[in-house]
Ligand binder design. Structure first.
Ligand SMILES: Cc1ncc(COP(=O)(O)O)c(C=O)c1O
Length: 368
């Protein structure tokens, strides 16, 4: 669905929160933010209707959204979302990482879910508008950030199954603590053979709530087996690796190849894309192709595969020690984090936090 308004008309109305958290409350939260537990004082809200396209952009106090019980999203899950972070640099300035990539992915997700596409300029502007009032919520301790969660859903009250004619886009934000506090620790991953995340022609490549709803029982199975996340295989043959519940997966070969699964039903991670670029910059060969679980089993056993890691916005890069499934284990629970894994992680976070030059032009300043 296309838009009628030109970006120049996007004038935000700002209503400040009169009940914003006190300095003391703010300090308590920032000292120990956790992840996804606390939210800033404001949120962005932009309306869309079939007739008026995008309109009424607002920054308003954070708070409940009133929904008609017949709102389409509550019944048919017509929604998409994004996740990215705002980083505070040593000089106090606030930046985000490749936001246009998130905007484009949200446009692709929206197209798949028959939702309107929010122009990239609106998306980036919405983040700047929120930071303009909530800058104090971007923490400054090492590896902390403000997690930004843009989302869009069908608000129209109508029980027929068709694309909604009334949609809202929001941005909320949540201060995030360092993911790994005692050093980057390798994790075990549960390989589910009972459940699939997505199939051919489905919504696997879209960032939409339904994908996560359908992953929850498999994720619970992972926790029950002492694993940090679940890994899904392809739905047709259960032979090929897709991705984890909320991260992409990468394998490092002894000969220096960096290999990641190619599939039309996984989310195209921005962290993965960036890591692969950094690997290529180092002269490593990057391969994006189908990867079978047998290849990984044999590669780990023979020593051809020397490192495995998962990557995504929340934890950046997480080393994988082993894969566990009903009847087998690949790798070793005590395997240390790989050297390349840690060094790529370091380079990426150094760019994000402004500690080394941003040679690819990946950073966008949010507070100016
Ligand atoms: C299912 C899934 N795959 C991959 C990713 C990694 O994507 P990104 O690196 O853009 O955060 C995420 C996290 O957003 C995810 O939820």
């Amino acid at each position: 669905m296309k838009n009628l308004l030109a970006p120049a008309t996007l004038q935000f109305m700002v209503k400040l929160n009169q009940e914003a958290r006190s300095e003391a409350e703010h300090a308590d939260i920032i000292a120990e933010p956790g992840f996804g537990k606390h939210f800033t004082d404001h949120m962005v809200d932009i309306c869309w209707s079939e007739m008026g396209s995008w309109h009424r952009p607002r920054v308003q106090p954070y708070g409940p959204i009133a929904l008609d019980p017949a709102a389409a999203v509550l019944h048919y899950a017509q929604e998409v979302f994004e996740g990215l972070k705002a980083y505070r640099h040593a000089d106090g300035s606030i930046w985000t990482f490749r936001p246009e990539k998130n905007a484009e992915r949200m446009q692709r997700s929206a197209a798949r879910l028959a939702l309107p596409e929010l122009p990239t300029e609106y998306f980036v502007e919405s983040l700047k508008q929120l930071i303009a009032v909530d800058a104090r919520w971007v923490p400054s301790a090492p590896e902390t950030s403000l997690y930004l969660r843009p989302f869009m859903f069908a608000k129209e009250a109508f029980l027929g199954v068709r694309p909604a004619k009334k949609v809202n886009y929001y941005v909320i934000a949540s201060p995030a603590g360092a993911y790994f506090t005692g050093g980057v620790t390798p994790v075990s991953i549960w390989v589910t053979t009972d459940y699939a995340r997505a199939g051919r022609g489905g919504t696997g490549a879209a960032k939409t709530g339904g994908n996560y709803a359908s992953s929850l029982v498999a994720q619970q199975e992972a926790y029950d087996h002492g694993c940090a996340q679940v890994m899904f295989l392809d739905s047709e043959t259960s032979e090929y690796i897709e991705e984890l519940g909320g991260m992409n997966v990468v394998f490092v070969y002894r000969d220096g190849r960096v290999v990641t699964p190619e599939s039309s039903s996984i989310l195209e991670g921005i962290t993965r894309d960036s890591i692969l670029q950094l690997a290529e910059d180092r002269g490593l060969t990057v391969e994006q192709r189908r990867v079978s679980i047998d290849e990984v089993r044999e590669g780990v056993a023979s020593g051809d595969i020397v490192e495995m890691f998962a990557c995504g916005t929340a934890a950046v890069v997480t080393p994988i020690a082993q894969f566990i499934a009903d009847g087998y284990a690949i790798g070793d629970a005590d395997a240390p984090a790989g050297e390349l894994t840690l060094s790529l992680r370091q380079e990426l976070t150094d760019i994000q936090y402004g500690r080394i030059p941003d040679r690819h032009g990946w950073l966008t300043r949010l507070d100016a």
